[in-house]
Design a protein around this ligand. Sequence first.
Ligand SMILES: Nc1ncnc2c1ncn2[C@@H]1O[C@H](COP(=O)(O)OP(=O)(O)OP(=O)(O)O)[C@@H](O)[C@H]1O
Length: 703
Amino acid sequence: MRRPRTPGTTGGRAPLALAVPALLAVVFLALPVVGILVRTEWNELGTHLTDPAVIEALELSLLVSFAALGLSLVFGVPLAWVLARVPFRGKTLVRCLVLLPMVLPPTVGGVALLLGFGRRGLLGPWLEGAFGITLPFHTAGAIVAAAFVAMPFLVISLEGALGGLRPGYEETAASLGASPVRVFRTVTLPMVAPGLIAGAALTWARALGEFGATITFAGNLPGATQTLPLQVYLLLQEDPEAATSVSLLLLAIAMAVLIALRGRWAGGLTAPGAADRRDGPGRPAPDEPASGAPASGAPASGAHTSGAPASEVGAGAPVSGPGTGAPASEAGADTRDAPKSQACTPGSSVPSEPDPLPHRSSLHARLTGFTRLTLDAEPGSTIAVVGPNGAGKTTLLRALLGLTPRAHAELRLGDAEVTGLPPHRRGVAWVPQDGALFPHLSALGNTAYGLRAQGVPRAEARRAALSWLERLGVGPLAHRRPAQLSGGQAQRVALARALAARPRLLLLDEPLAALDQTTRARVRHTLRTHLEGFGGVCLIVTHDPVEAVSLADRVLVLEEGRALQYAPPAEVTRRPRSPWVARMLGRNAWPGTATGDGLSLPGGGRLIAAEPLPAGAPALAVIAPEAVSVHRRQPGGSPRNVWPGTVREITATGSRLRVLINSPEAPDLVAEITPQAAAELGLAEGAAVWTSVKATEVSLGEL
Ligand SMILES: Nc1ncnc2c1ncn2[C@@H]1O[C@H](COP(=O)(O)OP(=O)(O)OP(=O)(O)O)[C@@H](O)[C@H]1O
């Protein structure tokens, strides 16, 4: 069997024109190393390396290199973070400064240090006068010289790792209540650990081998600044064999560091987050039913649809007001005073109930900037946010979190005015599209994160977290890392983590987008069940009409940052206010201008409606696909709207067929018919047909 070709390899022999210089390069690099190995007097090695002067230099080298590493960590880590995360003018200049010691000849670096920190340098007299610190000819000087040349390795390596870390992790941590310092300590640092360790190792190795800047700036004083590389230089003149032995020691240390890193720094450093979710929520994977998971096959729709009146929608105008009678508020009222165990989902096996239910909070938000709308919602209600790509759904969520300058939200949650608060103090939990589970924590650690950030003791936080995981049917997976969870399981853990943080407002960004159809129905059911026990307001961004209708009490339709409609799902289904939302709901939607008897279409056609609008108004006609009749011959009789057409596409939806028909006299029309009817009509793609729609089936609404 032939071995598969590694991507990026030629799969054959290297051409001679490349192979020969490549081989010469290897020889060029290897020869000096071989020279040391060959010329070392192995029987004298012990004597040379145990010489008191060598031991003293080795000790000094270790002290200097570790102290330089410490300095680099203390100053370099924050510098790398600022460079990676904070936009500021002059960043390119700062990056050049960081890189400078790497390209500058070390002796020039030493001269520069003298002019900066030396006795007659810019800062030297002040250091000496105020603190009594003299750097040249002191160990402190050797440390400064080593840190100067070595710190860039740490900064560059860590900045690269931070740049590869998606901000979603840190933003989610903040939304769970973690302060910026806590986020840095518990999320950022662990996730960039490989880059940090690699950078630290190289920094240390570079500091250990430092020569030029040290001898120029700090001098060559035995016991104070004479490190091993300086000792080698000295020995080379007095005792070349001993110099070779000490060189071998430094060579061994350098090789050990490189082998430990295994090429991680030099191009092989993978961005954390790229490999951390081998098969996380981003992967559509079957959702193994965990024990305790709610049974599938439960009804997935119609839980919350209601006939609550549609409220007025418009930019800057409240799209809803408290007390609009949304059904969730009624459901919420049922649970408001109920004991916790009753408020929880019936049927979900919850062994213990250590955590209180989240706060009951209403929502009042007024958004300005790219998003311009006012939103009011009752405690316990769920709002589906829908709209075409670029409508501003994510911007709305990020504005509510206080994470974007593109839109500003004046936000009140219950009695709390949170507008001026930073994201971690708002009580707004966010579940991004991919879940953003922290890859270095188990499902339990992830779920306990918010409570720990809020100061809940570890044992209590973990008990509450386990309870939430069990509620969501993933308790048995508590000790798995995110990479060991299927897409559906990871989504449940992400939801448990958000709910466990006891938010007042819950933001779910396409929570089911990554799941396959079967899993989606099951997770949707779980989600709906658990949202029923949630006392705050929940916003769910979705592109899925079933999700919008089955999960939400109200649907917010966005377009270009404005609210086009904010109404219960039944109202949106019956009277969609935009062609996009009508089509999302599977309806035919024709925009046009109202006439005395129906609609005048932009292409010149006409549509007769039983209940016309005042003439001249821009209007949208909505026709349910089931109301479209398909014929092989021109129909006579009562239908007032009849068009000739051609079948363009036939697709199956459940037990029915959707037939897309083009017509020269009208916009595209979708008809939904039974397979039996299609067979009787002999429908096939390209078939010539007639379509008809009764005037009473045309619903007209103002745009
Ligand atoms: N950081 C940004 N800077 C400038 N424009 C942006 C930025 N982020 C988003 N936009 C723009 O703002 C608009 C709204 O974007 P947003 O991501 O909120 O849309 P969305 O409704 O979530 O879209 P989708 O369904 O594709 O996720 C888009 O036109 C987008 O190009």
